[in-house]
Design a protein around this ligand. Structure first.
Ligand code: FAD
Length: 310
């Protein structure tokens, strides 16, 4: 059993690094798969983070994640910048396979693989992320005080983002590719009643304009093909998220939207010894601090599970 670890953590955002910090400080010597391309998670793609407690003047996303990484490493977490490509979580000893085909064994696994916001798939979208283009009103709304903003989408999230943003913005234009909304009646009514919110129906974004900063959008009417310009300095894309749960299908219980199910308020999944935390579980809050918080819970749950085995 000497090659069997106590705990393997899959994923390296705020949830994964916090779970790594706590399990490392509990002398569990966690092995952390950080991901090959996006080690550090979603905040590696943003600029200033103003709402993570403890940083009075804000902190750049990559700096925050580098600090979390270093803090976990300082206490003995073993960090591997590689992807997990297969798992077998069903037995008492779990196995996790890396891209080289090496199989790693552990008594407990913590899943913190996050979720991917859906993109429009347009040139400039990534380049202007954090420079006018955003996927999170709670995170970035404050930066857009007095500005004209577009929100893309027609579901509950889009309506929620738009009504939240109207507190700060000069105007909010919801661009939707159909002529009716998918959002719940209550959310629709709130958006319709907001004097700062207007709608562009049957339309999609054809082009994101701007060099160093967003300067506007070119819209295309999907029925007529007609192009028009929308002068905005903020673009919030609210067309959904995809939790990264492909690896776990058939082994861990997922909800109807593909998020991992846990026995809340604990982080226990339906498989004994497997815990999950962060945005891969959460379709409600999706914040760095909530991901870090549940990462801590997962570490404590795993620690107690391992102590009971001893
Ligand atoms: P993530 O941060 O998504 O990390 C998941 C990690 O798992 C990734 O590194 C990924 O590579 C890794 N992974 C996935 N699959 C595998 C695999 N098979 N093998 C190995 N590794 C894997 N929140 C705030 O609180 N404040 C903000 O200002 C803010 N700004 C944001 C700006 C942007 C542009 C974005 C996209 C999000 C922002 N958020 C913000 C939200 C915040 O980033 C997320 O809520 C948080 O990062 C979720 O943490 P997580 O640990 O659950 O997942």
């Amino acid at each position: 059993m000497s090659d069997v670890r106590n705990v393997i953590i899959i994923g390296s955002g705020p949830a994964g690094y916090t779970a790594a910090l706590y399990t490392a400080r509990a002398s569990l010597k966690p092995l952390v798969f950080e991901g090959a391309v996006t080690a550090g998670g979603a905040l590696m793609n943003t600029t200033e983070v103003e709402n993570f407690p403890g940083f009075q003047d804000g902190v750049m996303g990559p700096e925050l994640m580098d600090n979390m990484r270093a803090q976990a490493e300082r206490f003995g977490a073993e960090l591997v910048p590689d992807d997990v490509v297969a798992v077998d979580l069903t037995g008492e000893i779990k196995t996790v396979t890396d891209t080289a085909g090496t199989v790693h064994k552990a008594k407990a696994v913590i899943v913190t693989t996050g979720s991917q916001h859906r993109k429009l798939g347009l040139p400039n979208e990534d380049a202007l992320s954090g420079r006018g283009v955003s996927w999170c009103a709670t995170c970035d709304g404050f930066f857009f005080k007095g500005q004209d903003i577009a929100v893309i989408g027609g579901g509950d999230t889009a309506m929620e983002e738009a009504t939240f943003l109207s507190r700060f913005a000069n105007s909010v234009t919801i661009v939707h590719r159909r002529d009716t909304l998918r959002a719940s009646k209550a959310m629709q009514e709130r958006a319709f009643a907001d004097p700062k919110i207007s709608f562009v129906w049957d339309s999609e974004v054809a082009e994101i304009l701007g060099d160093q900063k967003l300067s506007g959008l070119k819209l295309r009417n999907v029925k007529t093909g007609e192009l028009s310009d929308l002068a905005v300095t903020g673009l919030f894309i609210a067309i959904g998220h995809d939790p990264r749960t492909e690896l776990f299908k058939g082994q861990l219980e997922l909800d109807e939207e593909g998020y991992l199910k846990v026995d809340a308020p604990s982080t226990r999944t339906n498989v004994t010894g497997v815990f999950a935390a962060g945005d891969v579980v959460d379709h409600t809050y999706r914040q760095a601090i909530t991901a870090a918080g549940t990462g801590c819970s997962a570490a404590l749950d795993a620690e107690r599970f391992l102590a009971a085995l001893a």
